[in-house]
Design a protein around this ligand. Structure first.
Ligand code: BEZ
Length: 387
């Protein structure tokens, strides 16, 4: 038992945990990060090489938050002296009023209008003329938004780890936390072999967060699933794609939604990621995730690519899955905030979990650090609070 004391203990060395720790470290606080696995594993929600960057959202506050996040990404890049976010363009097309897990095309376009963000509206024919998609139903429409693109996930994780360490943050791996107990003078954090005290704790353990909250009487309802993704070879070495998402009516057996990326500008490889956006390979215990591709999901992606995207060789080169966790309430994209007032001394704990939050990492890190260390944040995230 070390009984060390910290201003802030962060549980989870995923990107939000590391961004929080870096923020607190560079403000001069004594910070410890506890990670149950090793660094840079593929066992959390930040697996894989890329994430979509897009400004369009059906929810105006989320679209606005991307505009807030962009300069913070640029600041992070400047600190790290390397590019992390690439604006290679974002193309949305399909049924323009279909309500999907990604939002609705028309609604997102009207949010862009309200925010004064430009885009090009395109018919199916125009999309086929400009991009290598074929056999799109003639009523499909959509838009191209030039400032969307993709984020280099692995580089972001390395950069945040390096910046946090350089800011004096201690990072301990292989340390699964079993208890987080706030009281009138601080918080006790227990791992299998250690115990420490902190003024405040940020829980940013993704899919593993509900198990930490349960002993405190807080129920966090997450919908956990394994998202299958695969990579395919671009047939023409000179061709490329923007980041794309196809909105379609559901079939009898699945939501019928597919997405993909262009070349990763940081690798130059001709393998590109594409996959089904199916959230139905459910997981109840995150420790039991298999991280394997769902065969039927791969087959559906192969079928869709074979028909609509001949620029790709439809034989998948790699296929796997990543653990994803979303709030069970579809109206909220993540949980962010202090614990409810019903938890004694719960104001010492700040929680971020989970959702499609990668594009907001620099905002979320700053917001978690703000809330834990000063009790408030200037970012408007109140609708994600525990109620
Ligand atoms: C991603 O950014 O990883 C992603 C985008 C759309 C659907 C699923 C995943």
């Amino acid at each position: 038992m070390t009984g060390e004391t910290y201003d802030l203990v962060v549980i989870g060395a995923g990107p939000v945990g590391l961004a929080t720790a870096w923020e607190a470290g560079r403000r001069g606080y004594r910070v410890l990060v506890l990670e149950q696995f090793e660094m840079f594993t593929e066992l959390g929600s930040s697996a894989g090489t890329e994430r979509q960057w897009r400004l369009q959202y059906s929810e105006q506050d989320l679209a606005r938050l991307t505009l807030t996040a962009l300069p913070l990404w640029r600041e992070l890049e400047a600190q790290a002296n390397r590019r992390l976010l690439y604006q290679t363009g974002s193309l949305w097309f399909g049924e323009t009023e279909a309500a999907t897990n990604e939002g609705e095309i028309r609604q997102a376009a009207s949010v862009l209008d309200r925010l004064g963000v430009g885009y090009e509206w395109l018919t199916a024919k125009e999309i086929e003329a400009r991009y290598p998609f074929t056999e799109l139903p003639s009523h499909f429409e959509g838009f191209y938004q030039a400032e969307g693109g993709m984020i280099d996930v692995q580089a972001t994780r390395w950069v945040l780890h390096g910046l946090a360490a350089a800011a004096g943050v201690k990072i301990r791996t292989g340390q699964r936390v079993y208890e987080v107990a706030p009281d009138g003078t601080g918080v006790t954090v227990r791992t299998a072999s250690d115990m420490m005290r902190a003024e405040h704790v940020v829980l940013a353990a993704g899919a593993f967060t509900p198990q930490l909250l349960e002993p405190l009487g807080v129920r966090m309802e997450l919908d956990m699933f394994e998202l299958t993704f695969a990579s395919f070879r671009l047939r023409d070495p000179d061709s490329d794609l923007p980041t794309w998402f196809a909105f379609q009516q559901p079939t009898d057996s699945d939501v019928n939604l597919f997405y993909g990326f262009g070349r990763n500008p940081w690798s130059g490889s001709d393998l590109v990621r594409a996959g089904p956006s199916f959230e139905d390979d459910h997981v109840t215990d995150p420790y039991q995730a298999r991280y394997t591709a769902h065969e039927r999901h791969v087959a559906r992606a192969v079928q869709w690519i074979g028909r609509h995207l001949p620029a790709l060789d439809p034989r998948p080169r790699h296929a796997r899955s990543a653990l994803a966790a979303l709030p069970a309430d579809p109206n909220r994209q993540f949980y962010f905030g202090r614990l409810p007032e019903s938890v004694p001394d719960g104001e010492r704990l700040v929680v971020f979990s989970s959702g499609w939050g990668f594009k907001y990492v620099p905002v979320l890190g700053r917001a978690c650090a703000d809330l834990a260390l000063t009790g408030h944040t200037g970012f408007d995230l109140s609708r994600f609070a525990f109620s």
